[in-house]
Every structure is written in structure tokens, then in C-alpha cells.
Design a protein around this ligand. Structure first.
Ligand code: PEP
Ligand code: MN
Length: 337
């Protein structure tokens, strides 16, 4: 249920409402909008006589939060969430451009790519150190050594860092090196991992699962938020369909749909969404035109020798050209890069 308090309700009265709802066994989460405290009361709504709650002096209105996701819904939190990561704000007017290699492969590689993407206009460096690979014989990542290199390369170029965490036990380690914790497509419904990142104070980049609906994706965001971490960035990265020409089918419908349903920022990954280098730029442009809050793009200076995802990695000069085009598209939409 959504309980909206009257404007100007004193803090003591608001706290009183929260306590009474809690005493009925409900979990309560609060936010503010238009000068009003808004409370999502979740759990067993039958525990309460809501007609009675509507008459409490501090209460302006009581309504049902109709969607299964509550904290992630726009009904609970009407304005866009903007997530600050150092000097980067994700979800605001400025588009978040995240770029870097699929995997951190070594010092020279990550420093070369970090410099190139920073010069092109990226503000966040991506790079996996713990890689979810379909084959157990494929390169699995450099682990903590990779995270150290990624952090140093980012710091040398004033970039923030996003890197994937695959296991609940490694959330603490990732949080030491990375500014944003990436939950990969394969782990979108790993609830132990969602709980652990939900306890972290680092923003979470939650990729959509390969075969998950938008509602399931938002419910995974809800898991993270219900554990206390409201800083969730959603990432559309393509879904599995009958089409096999491209690696995945980038579901750009999801961008305007999620922007309506949720206040969370949505970014798009056209690299995994297409799997094909020369299809990345057109889909990146389309994603921005569709209203995405940013992009995450794989870039490699020597993609033919990349240890993972070389075929979908842009060369630095292609990335420079893409960012130039994105700037023009952003301007039409009243946004910046
Ligand atoms: C990645 O970002 O390199 C990655 C493995 O992405 P996804 O989880 O979307 O497949
Ligand atoms: Mn990859």
C-alpha cells in the first residue's frame, strides 16, 4: 500500500505513522515527493484496516501499489532517481557513458583502453575481473589482480569503475575496488547475490537476464532495494529470441516501458545486445534516441586478440566517432554527454 502524508506533517507525526504500520508487521519504506512523505507499506496488507488508516490525522491518501514491484515503481517514487558516482550522475540530464574492455587482460591493455575511452568522453571504465563464461575452459578473468589494474587505470584517467560481481562472498572485495557493482545477466535471479549487493552502499548495475521479462527484472531490482540499497541502475543487454543472426535481440522497447514503470535509471549495452562490432553503433544511437540514460560499451584496441568478446568490441576510433554522434542525438533530446 502507498500512504501519502499531508504536506508539512511534522517529523514526529510521520514517525508515528511509520511505527504504527511497522507494529502491524509491515515493512515500511519512505520517500518524499512534492513536499509530502510517501510510505510504501509492504508485506501482508490484510494486517491493517486501510479505511481506518486513511482517517489518521497525518494521512492525506491511501492507495494500492498495484504493481508487484513497489520500491522500484514510479507510483512510489514519482521523480527520476539520479545516482551519483563521484563526479558522474546517472539518470539525470547528462548521459552516462561507460566503456572499456570486456575483461581486464593486463596492465598495458587496460591503461591503453582507459586513456582512449576517457579522451573520447566516457566517464566510467568497465572491465570484468571475474567473468561468467559459458565454457569453463575460456578465460575466467584475472580476479583481484585485475581489479587492482582496473582501479589504477581508472584513477589515472579520472574515471569511475564498474565491474561484475558473481558471488555473494565477493561483494566486499569488489566494493573495495569498484564504484558500481555489476550483477550480470546470468545472475539477475541469484537472490543470495541480490541480497548481498542490497546490503552494500555501492550502486548496483543490474543487467536484464537473458530470458527474463521486464517485470521479473524489476522484481530483481526490488530485491536489492528491499534490502536497503535504492541505488539500482537497470541495464538492457539483449534477450534470447528465435533470432540467431545477432548474439541477442536488443529489446529497446524496454527503455520507454521501464521509464514509465520505474524511476530507476536505464542504460543500454549494445555490445552484448548485438554481438557484432559494426551493429553496436547503430543500436547505441537508437538506444539514446529511445530515451536511455546511458550506454555501456565494450572497447578494445586490439580486438582480434581480446580474451573475451573481441568480435563485439569497438576499436577506439570507432568509439570516438560514436560518442560524437551521441552528442548530437542527445542535444535533440535536451540531454548532454
Ligand atoms: C559483460 O558485461 O561482459 C557481461 C558478461 O555481460 P552480460 O552479463 O550482460 O552477459
Ligand atoms: Mn563481454
Amino acid at each position: 500500500m502507498l500512504v501519502v502524508l499531508k504536506p508539512g506533517t511534522p517529523e514526529s507525526a510521520a514517525a508515528g505513522v511509520l511505527t504504527r504500520l511497522r507494529m502491524a508487521g509491515l515493512a515500511v519504506h519512505r520517500t518524499e515527493h512534492d513536499g509530502r512523505v510517501r510510505i510504501a507499506a509492504v508485506g501482508e496488507p490484510g494486517a491493517m484496516d486501510w479505511d481506518d488508516v486513511a482517517k489518521w490525522p497525518a494521512v492525506e491518501s491511501v492507495s494500492k501499489l498495484a504493481r508487484p514491484f513497489k520500491l522500484a515503481s514510479r507510483a512510489f517514487h514519482p521523480h527520476d532517481t539520479v545516482i551519483s558516482v563521484g563526479r558522474v550522475a546517472i539518470g539525470g540530464v547528462q548521459l552516462a557513458i561507460m566503456a572499456g574492455p570486456c575483461s581486464v587482460e593486463g596492465e598495458e591493455q587496460v591503461f591503453t583502453i582507459a586513456r582512449a575511452v576517457a579522451e573520447a568522453g566516457a566517464t566510467v571504465l568497465r572491465g570484468g575481473a571475474y567473468k561468467p563464461r559459458t565454457s569453463p575452459y575460456a578465460f575466467q578473468g584475472l580476479g583481484e589482480e585485475g581489479l587492482k589494474l582496473l582501479r589504477r587505470a581508472a584513477d589515472a584517467n579520472a574515471l569511475a569503475v564498474v565491474s561484475e560481481v558473481m558471488e555473494p562472498q565477493l561483494v566486499g572485495l569488489l566494493a573495495r575496488y569498484s564504484d558500481i557493482l555489476q550483477v550480470g545477466a546470468r545472475n539477475m535471479q541469484n537472490y543470495a547475490l541480490l541480497r548481498e549487493v542490497g546490503h552494500s552502499d555501492k550502486p548496483v548495475l543490474l543487467k536484464r537476464g537473458l530470458s527474463n521479462t521486464i517485470e521479473e527484472w524489476l522484481l530483481s531490482a526490488e530485491h536489492v532495494m528491499a534490502h536497503g540499497n535504492r541505488q539500482v541502475i537497470l541495464c538492457e543487454r539483449g534477450i534470447r529470441t528465435f533470432e540467431t543472426y545477432t548474439r541477442n535481440t536488443l529489446d529497446l522497447n524496454a527503455v520507454p516501458v521501464v521509464k514509465e514503470l520505474s524511476h530507476l535509471p536505464v542504460i543500454v549495452d549494445p555490445s552484448h545486445g548485438t554481438g557484432i562490432r559494426d551493429k553496436v553503433a547503430p543500436m547505441a544511437r537508437a538506444a539514446v534516441a529511445a530515451g536511455a540514460d546511458g550506454l555501456i560499451i565494450e572497447v578494445h584496441h586490439d580486438p582480434d586478440r581480446a580474451l573475451s568478446d573481441g568480435a563485439q568490441s569497438l576499436r577506439p576510433e570507432q568509439f570516438v566517432e560514436l560518442v560524437r554522434q551521441i552528442r548530437t542525438i542527445a542535444e535533440v533530446l535536451g540531454r548532454t554527454v
